[in-house]
Design a protein around this ligand. Structure first.
Ligand code: GLN
Length: 196
């Protein structure tokens, strides 16, 4: 049983909390940096990435989340969380986000006609397809060498991993399938115990 933080600025926080509870873990809504220091891993939920980003700045959580990542604690970014963990968009003038994962992300990449949809994804390391729910989803336009691609849809990267960071363009908290959550939680277990 882990204490898993859910970045509590805006978005699908409740859904992640009940998903974690069903899997036997303790969800902690993170609204300030003090609480962040008490959790084993962090989920950045879906929502409106610009709103989440604005509230992160207001609540002094930008540097705190960067330090959390640099301390090698696992972070799972879903949908807007993927947008926030990445390095902005290929054609954007500047990167406005955390830039923790070496990926460039196209917001709302599947366009209006495909606002939301479900797809069975072949995921690297999973035997059976994963039922993914996409809602105004982004996709990864380009990824650095150290990024491991986990899944693609329509030739677009929709799930990836880089060391302690995992991202999904879809919403794993909206299905009963726990395999993405388990993949994320396996990173907590992998973490070596440092003794000084
Ligand atoms: N389109 C949203 C954004 O870029 C993400 C949508 C979602 O998280 N479901 O902020």
């Amino acid at each position: 049983k882990y204490r898993i933080g859910i970045l509590g600025m805006q978005g699908a926080t409740e859904e992640h909390a009940s998903h974690l509870q069903q899997a036997g873990h303790e969800p902690i809504l993170i609204k300030n940096r003090e609480l962040l220091e008490t959790v084993d891993a962090l989920i950045i939920p879906g929502g409106e990435s610009t709103a989440i980003w604005r509230l992160m700045k207001k609540n002094n959580l930008v540097d705190a989340v960067k330090q959390f990542a640099q301390s090698k604690k696992p972070i799972f970014g879903t949908c807007a969380g993927l947008v926030l963990l990445g390095k902005g968009q290929v054609d954007a003038e500047q990167s406005v986000h955390l830039g923790l994962m070496d990926v460039q992300v196209k917001r709302n990449g599947f366009g209006r006609q495909r606002d939301s949809f479900e797809a069975n994804l072949d995921v690297n390391g999973m035997k059976e397809p994963y039922p993914a729910v996409f809602i105004r989803a982004p996709y990864i336009e380009s990824a650095g060498e150290r990024v491991e691609v986990l899944a693609a849809y329509d030739d677009k990267i929709v799930a990836a991993k880089e060391e302690n960071l995992i991202v999904a363009a879809f919403h794993p908290e909206l299905t009963d399938d726990n395999r993405f959550l388990e993949l994320f939680l396996s990173l907590v277990e992998e973490k070596p115990v440092l003794t000084v």
